[in-house]
Design a protein around this ligand. Structure first.
Ligand code: NAP
Length: 244
């Protein structure tokens, strides 16, 4: 449906889950795709099983020096970056009362600091080419909050504020910055939940099913396409109606 031949795309957290579906969808649409994640082995497996032009970069996206070095390499290898999907994320769930500062810092660094660092790393070339798309993966938890996820909700709400601010900064150069807020998606992250928790969550989803990585990838492709050229600063829920 979408044609991304000649497009260079970077996806953080691209080795599995939602990120993998986004990598596969862009690669299938003809893009050259750089997948970024910490674990080299998982990246190698991704490259082996994915059709199209996919390159792997091992990098902790919360580490400023590592991001600068990796994105420098990606820029050289791909010959620029047209689309950045900031998708890497983790959870360290517990009630605020018992949350260690380390669990707070880890989640904010991986989920929010990374979005700032990776966006900054692609801005200069995007500003120069007067074109670009930044797509940040937040969560409906950033809109609604959730008991046991104070750190995660803060990081995801932070992404929404950052998205709106950066969108305003770069709009005049035809760079759009948007966020996707997934609901409950079937990935490693949600597979950790117990059966009781899953049943309770399913009851809250009007569509009656968990989402798939492909459900999120479809929205990412649209936001990256010419059809969404006038959409910026927006957060789109892709949640089967869960946070309606
Ligand atoms: P996942 O299956 O756990 O995959 C997470 C990905 O991020 C992996 O590729 C992981 O690879 C990478 N990653 C984690 N920490 C990283 C770091 N410091 N540096 C670089 N890469 C890192 O997660 P997912 O469910 O697909 O979630 C993807 C995004 O969607 C996250 O931002 C999540 O918050 C958001 N989201 C998910 C859901 C859901 O229901 N699943 C709902 C709403 C929002 P390594 O571990 O090898 O680094």
């Amino acid at each position: 449906m979408f044609d991304f031949r000649d497009s260079k795309v970077v996806v953080t957290g691209g080795s599995r889950g939602i990120g993998e579906a986004v990598v596969a969808a862009f690669a299938k649409a003809g893009a050259r795709v750089a997948a970024v994640a910490r674990t080299q082995e998982r990246l190698d497996e991704l490259v082996a099983r994915t059709e199209g032009e996919v390159m792997a970069y091992a990098c902790d996206v919360s580490d400023e020096a590592a991001v600068a070095e990796t994105f420098g390499k990606i820029n050289e290898d791909l010959g620029g970056v047209d689309v950045l999907v900031n998708n890497a994320g983790i959870t360290r769930d517990t009630l605020v009362m018992s949350m260690k500062a380390e669990a707070w810092d880890d989640v904010i660094a991986t989920n929010l600091r990374s979005v700032f660092l990776c966006s900054k790393a692609v801005l200069r070339p995007m500003l120069r080419q007067r074109n670009g798309r930044i797509i940040n993966v937040t969560s409906i938890i950033g809109l609604t909050g959730n008991a046991g996820q104070g750190n995660y909700a803060a990081s995801k709400a932070g992404i929404i504020g950052f998205t709106k601010s950066l969108a305003r900064e770069v709009a005049s150069r035809s760079i759009t910055v948007n966020a996707i807020a997934p609901g409950m998606i079937d990935t490693d992250m949600t597979r950790e939940l117990g059966e009781d928790a899953k049943t309770a969550i399913l009851a809250q989803i009007p569509m009656g099913r968990l989402g798939s990585g492909e459900d999120i990838a479809g929205t990412a492709l649209w936001l990256a396409s010419g059809s969404a050229a006038y959409v910026t600063g927006e957060t789109i829920r892709v949640d089967g109606g869960m946070a309606t």
